[in-house]
Design a binder for this molecule. Structure first.
Ligand code: ADP
Ligand code: MG
Length: 561
């Protein structure tokens, strides 16, 4: 049996185009081919459990091998295999039909970058690194003949009898000269580690040496010998695929260390995501201690699709304020084979985004309610991203209003509501505004804060990186008539406790008239007149130079600076 044919795609020269524009991401050929091998293995398992395959499943380990001299990389599986007809159908027609689609998308896109790396390349991504690709396969079906297919990246292929004697498929890549970097142990290890480390079927990449206890030496000390063992590069059963009830805290922490082996700190807490309607999504999100920029950059959320690593650029899937979290999201419903702009508009992506936000808010609320002391202790580490979330996402803010904490300069914590209640009758100005006094530099303003507190007022410590924006949030959403003011003498002197306000002797109108009379009499623009006619024994009128003018005057006196 020998047959030549032509692959039906409209564009003859697709491969040069693909090679050129996908070059930066060409390492994904291995992800695609290994995940095809894993798919084929999962399929035979399923057929077996359905009773549609009666034979022996045997060892389903997928092998990745390379031969530097022969310039080949081979991916072998013991999955369902393909007959010659199936190769023609699945590889020539279906796999390559993606090529036509690619060209259409490519023509549409204004910016080549929009599609690069996002397009599901499937089987034919092999041609990014290979001049020629061979398939050697034996189907699981009774009486199937082994089949061999070869193609040099043009639109013609050759099918002949194959050589495989056991069920499964070998994909043999004849690596081209520009891609010689892949004929290298370290490089292939790196790629497998990146994309395949949580695949559901074992993947073997050669062997590795491991030391094993081997009796004792003359002095009775244990002896070790080094032996060669299979180098299985993946954990087929990662924590996020299990049910939360199966997992202990230690399991979650162990998985965190597995994900981020170079992380020094433990996460503060985590959320196990698990939803199957209206979309499929599993995962574990960890809340890290707030760290330096570098570590945030390094330990990013990783996105998987059925345990195949896709990317750690999750900007379009995870709300921006949650990018500070770490962990794994796995969803077969996230469309990965389309452009970024499509992704942003995709309704599933929006739903996923909302779901994650809601889950995170619910979890924080639950932690707050279950153990407030513990939540307060962790506050400094999570305040940044909670405030970021409240400022950027209204839905999140709505929920976070219940557990967002305000800390005063005595390190006491209050919820927004509690704080409002605490100061609403004491820190009031004459217009009835409730004034939240805050400092953005507690150390610098220490003496001053002390004297303000001695008067019975409270000072918030708002010295975090987002707090200048957060004061605006407090004014809008923190409660009725709230004004946040950086603490200084001007502000404090204007506060009038509520019960004393009742005793104002003049109406607004009368005060205004009185102050006009005084202003005329003084006739100095840098002085302010205030009528605070309170109780009879109080000073009814004060004339002050305002803070700014006073300072200017002082400076003028001392000759500046
Ligand atoms: P996809 O995996 O998205 O279906 P691919 O282009 O990667 O697209 O593969 C096309 C088809 O070729 C697969 O759906 C499958 O039917 C077949 N195929 C590819 N690799 C293998 C393999 N190792 N064993 C069995 N079938 C395979
Ligand atoms: Mg595939």
């Amino acid at each position: 049996m020998q047959e030549k044919g032509s692959i039906s795609i409209h564009t003859e020269n697709i491969f040069p185009v693909i090679k050129k524009f996908l070059y930066s991401d060409n390492e994904i050929f291995l992800r695609e081919l290994v995940s095809n091998a894993v798919d084929a293995s999962q399929k035979i398992k399923r057929l077996s459990s359905l009773g549609q395959f009666q034979g022996d499943l045997g060892d389903l380990t997928v092998d990745v091998k390379f031969d530097e001299a022969a310039k080949t990389i081979t991916i072998s599986d013991r999955g369902i295999g393909m007959t010659a007809d199936e190769i023609k159908k699945y590889i020539n027609q279906i796999a390559f039909s993606g090529a036509t689609e690619f060209m259409e998308k490519f023509k549409e896109a204004n910016d080549a970058n929009e599609i690069i790396g996002r397009f599901g390349l499937g089987f034919y991504s092999a041609f990014m690194v290979a001049d020629r690709v061979e398939i050697d396969s034996l189907s699981y079906q009774e009486g199937a003949e082994p089949a061999h297919w070869t193609c040099d990246g043009s639109t013609s292929y050759e099918i002949s009898e194959g050589t495989r004697t056991d069920r499964g498929t070998d994909i043999i890549l004849h690596v081209n000269d520009e891609s010689a970097e892949f004929l290298n142990q370290a490089r292939l290890s790196e790629i497998l580690n990146k994309y395949a480390r949580f695949l559901p079927v074992p993947v073997r990449f050669g062997t590795k040496s491991e030391s094993q206890p081997d009796g004792e030496d003359e002095e009775g000390k244990p002896k070790y010998t080094s032996i060669e063992v299979d180098n299985i590069i993946n954990n087929t059963n990662p924590a996020w695929t299990k049910s939360p009830s199966e997992l202990t805290d230690e399991d979650y922490l162990a998985f965190y260390r597995e994900l981020y082996p170079y992380s020094m700190d433990e996460p503060l807490f985590w959320i196990h995501l698990n939803v199957d309607y209206p979309f499929n999504l599993t995962g574990i999100l960890y809340f890290p201690k707030v760290k330096n920029e570098m570590e945030i950059q390094r330990n990013k959320i990783q996105l998987y699709s059925r345990q195949v690593f896709i990317t750690d650029e999750v900007k379009d899937i995870v709300p921006e304020f949650l990018m500070l979290l770490q962990g794994v999201i796995d969803s077969p419903d996230i469309p990965l084979n389309v452009s970024r702009s499509f992704l942003q508009a995709d309704s599933n992506v929006k739903k996923i985004n909302n779901y994650i936000t809601k889950k995170v808010a619910d979890k924080l609320n639950e932690l707050f309610k279950a153990d407030r002391k513990n939540f307060e202790a962790k506050w400094n580490d999570i305040a940044l991203f909670i405030k970021y979330g409240m400022l950027s996402d209204e839905k999140f803010a709505e929920k976070a209003n219940d557990f967002c904490l305000l800390k005063n300069t005595d390190a006491e914590s209050y919820t927004l509501k509690e704080y409002y209640e605490k100061v609403k009758d004491i820190q009031v100005d004459k217009d009835g505004n409730i004034v939240y006094l805050y400092t953005n530099d507690p150390a610098q303003q220490d003496g001053f804060i002390g004297s303000v507190k001695a008067k019975g007022y409270d000072v918030l410590a708002l010295d975090g990186p987002l707090d200048t924006h957060f004061t605006g949030y407090l004014e809008q959403k923190g409660g009725e008539k709230v004004q946040a003011k950086r603490v200084d003498a001007d502000v404090v002197d204007k506060l009038i406790p509520k019960d004393e306000q009742q005793t104002l002797l003049l109406s607004d109108d009368e005060s205004k008239k009185a102050s006009e009379i005084f202003e005329k009499a003084i006739a100095r623009g840098d002085m302010k007149v205030e009528i605070d006619a309170l109780a009879a024994d109080d000073l009814p009128v004060s004339v002050t130079i305002d803070e700014f003018m006073r300072r200017m005057k002082d400076m003028a006196k001392t000759g500046g600076g």
